[in-house]
Each structure stands twice: as structure tokens, then as C-alpha cells.
Design a protein around this ligand. Sequence first.
Ligand code: AMP
Length: 280
Amino acid sequence: MIPIYRSKEELRQAFQRRNFSLGMVPTMGALHEGHLSLIDQSVAQNEQTLVSIFVNPLQFGAGEDLDQYPRRLEADAALCAARGATAIFAPTPELMYGENHQTTVVNFDLENLYCGKYRPGHFRGVLTVVAKLLLLPLPDRAYFGEKDRQQLFLIKRMAEDLDLPTQIIGCPIIREESGLAMSSRNEYMSEEMKEQAPVLFELLQEFSQSQPGTTASALRKMAQERLQKVPLAKELQYLEFADGQSFLPIEGELPAHFYILIAAYFGETRLIDNLEVKRP
Ligand code: AMP
């Protein structure tokens, strides 16, 4: 089994001054093939790979699933070891945030868009924990999934803005055969829901083929109509189009490079997905 670090000092000592390259994969655990693909990429590009497993209370809002979120450190540690990771950092909330924790990392321009509009405070929670996690071992590279596209964009921006010494690497979305993007939250869904949820990826693929001149609002209306016909799809939370460079919302005609971002509820489970579109 690989070592599980539980103190900041041990982690600093093991990694800050080193003579090997270090990749880091920050996660909230309940690992699936999506997380494991990030570990694979880190293992391929670095001599050692550190996986952090921490369900970060700061990024959950009131009434969200902080208490229900699946936690299974032992099984996760075995998966990390099997994929070649070298160590795990598994702090407690008390360790990460002492009683007097006051400082947060905020991107005022982008934190309230898309997911941030419906999850107030979520992205400052994410940025704060990712900054703290990276500043302990100071990895050469850190790996994040394109599954959480807005998060990846914000983390890249933060690393650049704060001159973090870590290169941020985005990794492709891993999907079930059905097309459903893998997520620890898929465990909340019934089999029937899982059969219907791939409609989100189908919509993204369809929309990526739309003719030049198609507007965001026309596609939003189509998405709403389509989801109304899917029995277990409860609600389209948003369908948005983000500019490929600035990540700002596009309302009119779609440019050559953009992201389609979707969030929808299946029962109580909130699912997100996205697709990058680059036209020649
Ligand atoms: P989480 O444990 O949900 O915070 O995710 C940890 C990391 O794994 C984040 O960088 C996610 O974007 C990434 N991730 C989660 N699901 C997938 C997936 N299906 N494909 C690729 N990366 C993923």
C-alpha cells in the first residue's frame, strides 16, 4: 500500500525539496475511471504522483450534498496504488481550515457565471482549496478534468494570475459506454435515470453540428423541449455557450471556438456536461 499523508508538515517535507518530478491529482474521492485517467496521465509524465482526497466543505452550498457525498478512503487508496500513484494526501476539514481561516481566492469576473450562478460561493471554495493543496507539495504539474470545464478554466487562470509554480493540465472527459460523463454523483441515480441521462451528451453533440447563424437562445429552447420528453429529466438548469478564449457567455451567433455547457437535474441529482467546438 502507498503512504497516506495526514499532516501538512509531513507532506511539505516529503515533496517540497525533491530530486524527482511530481504530478498531483486533486480529487474528492469516490474514485472512478475519470479520476483514474488523470492519475494515468500524471504517472506517464512524472516520476511520482500524489493524489489528494478531500471532500472540501468550502465548495458546498447550504442544502447541497456535503453529508451524502460518498467517502471510501481505503478503496480509493487501493485504486491509486494499482494505477501507479506514489502517495495520498487525505486531510480533515479541521486540518485544511483552522478555526480562524479567513482568506479566500476569488475570480470576480467568472465565479458567478454558469455553475457559479446556481452554486454561490462554489468556485471561491474550489480555488481556495486548490491553491492550498498545490502550495503544500508544490507539484511540477497538476491534472484536472475537462468534465468540470469552468473549474479547469478558473484554475488555469488562477495559476497564471498568482504565478503558481505548477503547470495545470486539462484531461479529456471519460464517459460510460452510453455517453454519460462519469461522476461520483452518478451513484445517486437509479438505473433508469442512468439510461436516460446520456441525452445530455446527445444534445451537446447535436448542438455542436448546428449551422452557422444558429443562436444560443434557439438552441436553449430546443434543449428544453427535448428534455421535457425525457421522463426522468426533471429540469434543465442551464444551457450556455462560452467563448473559447475569454470563457464569457455568448448570446448571439456562435463563433468559431466555443464551449457548450449544460446542467440538468435527474431527480435530485444535478448533472453537468460540456463539449468544446472548434470550427476551421
Ligand atoms: P472530483 O472528485 O469530482 O472533485 O473530481 C476530481 C477531478 O477529476 C477533477 O479535476 C474532475 O474534473 C476530474 N473528473 C471527474 N470526472 C471526470 C471524468 N468523467 N472525466 C475526466 N475527469 C473527470
